[in-house]
Design a protein around this ligand. Structure first.
Ligand code: NAP
Length: 282
């Protein structure tokens, strides 16, 4: 039976360290500030934004919400980003995705000052990650690395398989595993022999977005299984990309959903915002 990696507890430890950092910055008159921009009425986005604001408040960070109507134009959104780029009290800017149809998300991300890009989605930060000379890491993949580290799971020399190649999870996840000396294979919807490739993984990361996609027959006994997915099952219950009940029986470690990768994403966002505040006050 696999050990369940308790993302909630590990994230709580990181948040405590962030809170300490915030207290130390306060002595220098600095309060790390995060601007969260939300456009439209997507209920999932609203929940994520509320959670991020709550986490900021708990750790002593300033958070400002900019809620814009779905009819917001590209120009209005770009102007807001420019305003936030210049605002001294704001060290990090996050534009919650997805944006409503008709808005160019890529252009918005590119408009964010890379020093305030706490999601690490700006091409300049993505390039830095590729080179291995970065200030910020994207929150979800960085959270996964922290989970592995907290459990003393060695990455170096391991066969790591990432299912998914999105810009926000799959690709940076693969890059971070590579930086940690893993031997990395990236799979996607056109991958042939997915089952065989997954079966060779010592560390298997699922970022597919399909409920219970990873089944027991895809997992090598003793593998570490990290589930990034956040889906709804047939009963509307939150579940991951991994068929938890069957895979738990053969893996050595597994992350549950909820309570695995999810809490780490927010913890890493707070950490990035503190890093941004420090960098902007050197
Ligand atoms: P995405 O942009 O939809 O990417 C999904 C990836 O899965 C794509 O690369 C796609 O391949 C691949 N894929 C789809 N069907 C496949 C198949 N049959 N076989 C192999 N690969 C397949 O999703 P995402 O943004 O990366 O997110 C992935 C999941 O993580 C979602 O459930 C999302 O909600 C969750 N998520 C969680 C957190 C968190 O904090 N826990 C954060 C972000 C995302 P192609 O590229 O070929 O289409």
């Amino acid at each position: 039976m696999a050990k369940r990696i308790d993302g909630k507890a590990i994230a709580a430890e990181i948040r405590e360290k962030v809170a300490l950092d915030v207290q130390n910055l306060a002595k220098k008159g600095i309060t790390p500030g995060l601007a969260v921009v939300i456009v439209g009425n997507d209920p999932a986005s609203r929940t994520y934004v509320n959670n991020k604001k709550k986490a900021c408040a708990q750790a002593g960070l300033l958070s400002e919400e900019y809620a814009l109507p779905a009819q917001t134009t590209q120009q209005e959104l770009m102007e807001l980003v420019q305003k936030l780029n210049k605002k001294k009290e704001i060290h990090g800017i996050l534009v919650q995705s997805p944006l409503p149809n008709g808005l160019d998300e890529e252009a918005v991300v590119e408009a964010i000052d890379p020093e305030k890009d706490v999601d690490a989605f700006h091409p300049s930060n993505v390039g830095r990650i590729m080179i291995g000379n970065y200030h910020f890491l994207p929150c979800t993949p960085a959270g996964v690395i922290e989970l592995l580290r907290a459990e003393n799971i060695e990455i170096s020399g391991k066969n790591c398989v990432v299912i998914g190649r999105s810009n926000i999870v799959g690709k940076p996840m693969a890059m971070l595993l590579l930086h940690n000396n893993g031997t990395v294979t990236i799979c996607h919807s056109k991958t042939k022999d997915l089952k065989e490739i997954c079966n060779k993984a010592d560390i298997l990361v699922a970022a597919v977005g399909k409920a219970k996609f990873v089944t027991e027959d895809m997992v090598k006994p003793g593998a570490v299984v990290i589930d990034v997915g956040m889906n709804r099952d047939e009963n509307g219950k939150l579940c991951g990309d991994v068929d938890f009940d069957s895979v738990e029986k053969i893996a050595s470690y597994i992350t549950p959903v909820p309570g695995g990768v999810g809490p780490m994403t927010i913890a890493m966002l707070l950490k990035n915002t503190v890093t941004a505040a420090k960098r902007q006050n050197i």
